[in-house]
Design a binder for this molecule. Structure first.
Ligand code: ADP
Ligand code: MG
Ligand code: MG
Length: 883
């Protein structure tokens, strides 16, 4: 016997269940599950993802036995429905729907009303006593089949309808009569013949197999591949095909179709939330053909589903609560009403904004449906970014040029572009762009990903633009009727006739739906009580400490507000760029003698000291790791002729002298050059000054009663003897200061492990270090031999061609860099049991990297202030998953 490739569902019995998502796809598994829990779902069957994989590998061939199994299931469907394919009295109609294990909205298209042909359409008309309905279904079928299965461009099959509407002087599809639609069917068949070079197939069995092949084939369309890449979905999963008996939302005004969430996907508020259209079918709701109406009376008043379809509304509420109790999460449902009877056509876990994710997770714990650990695992750490990012300053002056639907929250500003390719092109050049479209389609996905935000003139809260933007965490204003877009002139006109041209700046407020002229100022967001609760829960479970990378009082404060437990990396060089200071720094660099250099350093010291005081004060006794000067000195000198001339005049140094100095500091490989502690070896007085500034600041504050915990970090160490050299100097300096100021404070000396040699000789280095902080940025550069600043040119090909799966500068390269970190940890700890270990590279804010650092038992990770909550949550998830 051959394998089971087809799973039946219907009339209270189903072969599948929700656990079988990998085999049946999300849609198929959940259709089966809904049957299992007694919900009204039209019968049908699912062809497994295994068939897709087979089809892929065997150039479009099917496994043996599939055909028979499909035949058997069609027969079963015919019996249950009491209808037959191609029957001239009572024809069976079905939909053919794709459905991958992970939901890919809009990626693969559905064919509805399959089984219609010139004969069965007449039967349908007679049966329903509704000729208009029959021909409306038929024209939809030819249109979808022509587009999805026969590959005719969407515009080509849309054209005859537009033409018909113009000819009949109507604006809505629903206003076309049965006669109009009959004529339309003929026109569409003509388009098919012309565009596809063959006739629209009349045989339902052929229609079915053609559609099945089209669904399997669509797994490898460019837009599906791009979507999978952006969302990190493996190409090997494959899609299932669902064949489902049709129910009709386009039978007239007692019918309709809609989509609904069990809770509000923007805010997380409990209660059904969605949209519907009466006398409509399939994707009419999301396609923006007519503007859909709200489900609840509260939102939609007398037009709402609640008022117009009270019976089905009540039943939908009931289904909604059954589904939530069963799946223990917010659901996204698709339904159709046929002659006032509710049919469920899909349910899945609802996509939501970060704000909603946090609220729903907390509420479900309160409602007793899930526990704290599950709630923590429910929120994607990276998505918190949406909550932490600035919003439009409420006090800013705003010139509002339009108002649409608040489709995806957060503020965004950028230069207007009118198509996805331009968005990609200019974003690649480093421009901030906003994508402005009449509506978006799946082909636009790359451009949407590249844009800061998305504005559409048409479509509802569940339109393609809105759904995709929410998934990406991008600001989106959808359905903004106030603007009129002219693609050919590359401009749009907003309220009061204000014209916005390509590359003009506008801002979007995705939380209010406002479209604003110019680049509007933004402010820090206020975090909700639920957010705080979630963070508190996360802190209970995580093992990793979370610090921040900050070198100003302001950043330190932001990070503290977000829950940072210390500073893991305070870079000192940024403090030098202030206009006042850079002068003294340049004096220091241009010094010919040690004496001159010391004089210049004496000017810098009080400034550094006051910076450290500010940071220590904000951090109130939390550890602060200060890294001594790291970058090569030429970074502080001017390079253009004009700047050099100005400096020469200012400092009374000849231009030639400056040029010569620049020349002498020039390096072929600055990344591997005279920098880090190598500067401290050649100019010890620079590091001496910094150590003095740190310790004096700490002592003086301590005297004032402010707790301080400084940690001095030596960068770029290769040899333990380098560290020994500094350790001894620091000991002498600290003794002097403690004596002079008559106070002694505890402090630590440690090093950044960022060179492979240092990692491999970590036992030797640990003799002189009280802590290691893994500088994974440089460690990645030096381990892979890839310069981060040059990687942009080639690394993307590595990722596109799947030579590597992730950018090693974003997620730590576990097999290389990760192993070095592990070796250094083991060697270091073998010498000093209580050696403190942290990470201060960018990877400290990346959830996947955090999982690795957690698994090898480091003490803390450090990340930029805005990523602190992300790191807290990611660390908790890692600890929970580890068990
Ligand atoms: P997607 O994966 O894009 O959500 P679906 O397969 O869910 O596509 O189909 C889209 C819509 O088509 C459904 O929401 C539903 O309105 C309609 N549809 C699909 N199958 C049927 C059916 N058997 N009867 C009536 N409508 C259907
Ligand atoms: Mg679709
Ligand atoms: Mg669907």
């Amino acid at each position: 016997m051959s394998n089971k490739y087809v799973y039946y569902f219907g009339n209270g019995e189903a072969d599948g269940s929700t656990e079988m998502k990998n085999l049946l796809g999300g849609k198929g598994a959940n259709l089966a599950e809904m049957i299992n829990i007694g919900l009204p779902v039209p019968p049908g069957f699912t062809i497994t993802t295994e068939v897709c994989t087979y089809y892929d590998k065997n150039n479009g061939k099917y496994p043996e036995g599939l055909e028979t199994q499909v035949e058997e299931n069609v027969k079963k469907l015919e019996e249950v429905m009491g209808k037959k394919f191609n029957d001239k009295d009572n024809p069976l109609l079905v939909s053919v729907r794709s459905g991958a294990p992970i939901s890919m909205p809009g990626m693969m298209d559905t064919v509805l009303n399959l089984g219609l042909n010139d004969q069965t359409v007449e039967a349908l008309a007679k049966m329903s006593n509704n000729e208009r309905f029959a021909y409306d279904s038929y024209r939809r079928f030819i249109q979808m089949f022509g587009n999805v299965v026969m590959g005719i461009e969407g515009e080509k099959v849309e054209e005859p309808i537009q033409n018909m509407k113009i000819a009949k002087k109507v604006s809505q599809d629903t206003e076309l009569t049965a006669e109009d639609l009959k004529e339309l069917v003929e026109n569409l068949k003509e388009v098919v013949r012309k565009e596809a070079g063959r006739d629209f197939p009349q045989d339902p069995k052929q229609q079915l197999w053609d559609s099945i092949s089209a669904v399997f084939g669509s797994w490898n369309t460019e837009r599906a591949i791009v979507y999978r890449k952006i969302n990190k979905i493996p190409d090997t999963l494959g899609t299932a095909v669902n064949i489902v008996a049709m129910v009709f939302g386009n039978l007239g005004n007692d019918s309709g179709t809609g989509v609904a969430f069990t809770r509000n996907p923007s805010t997380g508020e409990k209660g059904i939330y969605g949209e519907y259209l009466s006398n409509a079918q399939g994707e009419d709701v999301v396609a923006g053909i007519r503007t859909p109406l709200p489900i609840t009376k509260e939102e939609g008043g007398d037009d709402s589903l609640e008022v117009i379809f009270p019976g089905p509304y009540k039943e939908l509420l009931n289904v909604s609560s059954i589904l939530e109790n069963h799946f223990k999460d917010m659901q996204d449902m698709e339904f159709t009403i046929e002659n006032r009877k509710l049919w469920m056509l899909q349910t899945r876990t609802g996509k939501r904004t970060a704000r909603a994710a946090v609220k729903v997770a907390i509420d479900l714990v309160k409602e007793g449906l899930i526990d704290e650990e599950t709630a923590i695992l429910r929120v994607d750490p990276a998505s918190l970014d949406q909550l932490l990012h600035p919003m439009i300053d409420p006090n800013a002056k705003k010139e509002i040029i339009g108002k649409g639907l608040p489709a995806s929250p957060g503020a965004a500003s950028g230069k207007v572009v009118f198509n996805a390719e331009d968005a990609e092109k200019y974003a690649e050049k480093g421009e901030k762009v906003l994508l402005v479209r009449i509506e978006t389609s799946p082909e636009d996905i790359k451009g949407m990903n590249a844009a800061e935000g998305i504005l559409t003139a048409r479509g509802g809260m569940t339109s393609h633009a809105a759904v995709v933007a929410r998934g990406m965490g991008k600001s989106c204003v959808a359905g903004c009727n106030d603007i009129t877009i002219d693609y050919s002139k590359k401009l749009f006109v907003g309220i009061n006739g204000i014209v916005v041209k390509e590359f003009d700046y506008i801002s979007l407020d995705g939380s209010t739906g406002e479209v604003i002229l110019g680049n509007v100022p933004k402010v820090e967001p206020e975090l909700s009580g639920d957010f705080t609760t979630l963070m508190q829960w996360a802190d209970k479970y995580r093992k990793l400490g979370i610090r921040t990378n900050a070198d100003t009082g302001h950043d330190s404060q932001v990070a503290r507000n977000f829950g940072a437990e210390g500073i893991g990396l305070c870079r000192t060089e940024h403090m030098f760029f202030d206009e006042e200071r850079i002068k003294a720094v340049r004096e220091m660099i241009l010094s010919e003698t040690v004496e001159e250099r010391k004089k210049a350093l004496a000017k810098i010291k009080p400034m550094q000291k006051s910076d450290f005081k500010e940071i220590f004060t904000v951090m109130k006794g939390l550890p602060v790791t200060v890294r001594l000067l790291d970058p090569p000195l030429h970074e502080f000198l001017p390079h253009t002729d004009e700047e050099i001339k100005a400096l020469s005049e200012e400092m009374g140094v000849s231009v030639e002298n400056l040029v010569e100095k620049n020349e002498s500091l020039k390096e072929l490989n600055p990344m591997l050059g005279h920098r880090g502690c190598r500067l401290g070896i050649t100019y010890p007085e620079i590091y001496d000054m910094q150590v003095e500034a740190i310790l004096e600041a700490a002592c003086e504050l301590s005297k004032e009663g402010v707790a301080v915990k400084p940690e001095i970090m030596i960068p770029l160490v290769d040899f333990s003897s380098e560290l020994k050299f500094f350790k001894e100097r620091i000991e002498i300096i600290s003794k002097e200061i403690f004596e002079k100021l008559n106070i002694e404070i505890p402090f630590m000396v440690g090093t950044m492990i960022e060179m492979p040699r240092a990692a491999l000789t970590a036992d030797q280095i640990a003799e002189y270090a009280q802590f290691f902080s893994f500088g994974t940025n440089d460690l990645t550069q030096t381990t892979l031999g890839i310069s981060r600043d040059d990687a942009g040119k080639f690394l993307k090909y590595y990722i596109d061609d799947k030579i590597i799966s992730t950018d090693p500068f974003m997620s730590v390269d576990i097999d290389g860099v990760g192993q070095l970190v592990k070796i250094a940890k083991e060697k270091g700890r073998s010498v000093k049991e209580n050696l403190k270990l942290g990470v201060c590279g960018e990877h400290g804010g990346d959830p996947a990297s955090i999982e690795f650092f957690n698994s090898i038992g480091l003490n803390y990770v450090s990340c930029s202030p805005y990523r602190v909550p992300i790191a807290r949550l990611a660390a908790a998830q890692s600890a929970i998953k580890e068990g």
